[in-house]
Design a protein around this ligand. Sequence first.
Ligand code: CTP
Length: 482
Amino acid sequence: MLYMPDIEMNKKTFGEYLRHPVFRVISEIVDERGQQAFVIGGFVRDLLLGRPSKDIDVVVVGSGIELAEAVSSRFRGSKLSVFKSFGTAMVKIRDVEVEFVGARRESYRRESRKPIVEDGSLEDDQNRRDFTINALALSLSAQNYGALVDPFNGLDDLHNGIIRTPLEPEITFSDDPLRMMRAIRFATQLNFTIEQKTFDGIAATVERIKIISQERICDELNKIMMSAEPSLGFKIMDKAGLLPFILPELSAMKGVERVGGRGHKDNFYHTMQVLDAVAQTSDNLWLRWAALFHDIGKPRTKRFDEKTGWTFYNHNFVGAKMLPDIFKRLKLPLNENLKYVVKLVGLHMRPIVLSEDVVTDSAVRRLLFEAGDDIEDLMLLCEADITSRNEEKVQRYLRNFKIVRRKLKEIEEKDHIRNFQPPVTGEMIMQVFDLQPSPVVGQLKNAIKDAILDGVIHNDYDEAYAFMLQRAAELGLKPGNK
Ligand code: CTP
């Protein structure tokens, strides 16, 4: 059962919670006009859950645009936007946005999300909504201000944490297949359960997700990712059979293969654990995506070897390479966020490998150089990645990670490698030796970088310059030499 701050759930009227002055103004206007209006949908749901919301939806039995115009004229400084073709209008009053729409009836055609819309009653309007908890309406008429209109017992569902469609689930989901994703997103965000028939409706409709634009699916995925326990959403998608349509690469990670009694861990469930562990320590959306994708290369690299058992060699690099296509398909941004996820996925084995060996300064410097400012996020990902059931093993890894972290700190303080730019640049090399851009310039530059990372010289201009002269001499180059 949910905790609903200062809301008494057996009440049927909630006028005292409709405190924003806009509600009273709407009430006066509709009463003068002999109309009925209701605040409805997500705002009511969130109000009753004690989640503050600034998006208010108002349904009027009549013209939404006319009501919006009248309301806007009563608030100085408000901003009115009219969307004529949708028959809706929005009034922005300081920090709240109120959307006005006439009550409508909708009928859908199979091939499209776009319904045929006609004027209707409040009941028609509630019928067309996705879930019982999203169909709750509060009256704005003066005589029953705040009265709950709840034909589908949405209040009970809200109370008991249940996602349920108002109509036959297959109708609701087929009308608008995005609602499958919304059901799963609400279940994840609110930690609600999808009622069995509603769940079966999703399972029976999964193919229809194909008509939904990837941008909308992506919005829902990001909301799932930002929930407290994002794995819930992916597990429901999997169970309902939706996951192969959205992220087949993740579906491919499911299952355990055995050869001669030797199995590997189920990489899907492992990933779910890592994702939740990262979500507990960070609200960085892109670190969470990195956690979801960190082992995405495993199915493609899986091999069985008589001696070593199951291996996933280079799965980190293979996974990192898969990401640009996945991001493109999912309509995730192809900017520095992709770069960051690629980097973390590519590097995610490094701290583990490092911690299994003697932690040398040179290996730590190289890791710092490659991870740069993302080193802390990489360490969080790697710590979350230790999900063994063998507690002793987990403790050993975590102890080793502590050593790695200490070394990272020491070496960064000493050598400032994190945002390291080699003190001698390619341009300088070309100038000193009078060279055109050529492979030898890169060779010298890399030799200097390696010497610093390996601790042969310090991260210092004079030492790097002297090193460059020495290495160049070995290659037969002299300053000013043509
Ligand atoms: N709605 C619907 N089907 C959809 C989208 C929305 O029936 N595919 C209805 C629901 O009644 C919903 C309302 O429109 O409550 C407002 O939708 P929206 O603002 O998109 O979502 P909210 O429910 O307010 O939730 P959130 O802001 O978390 O997306």
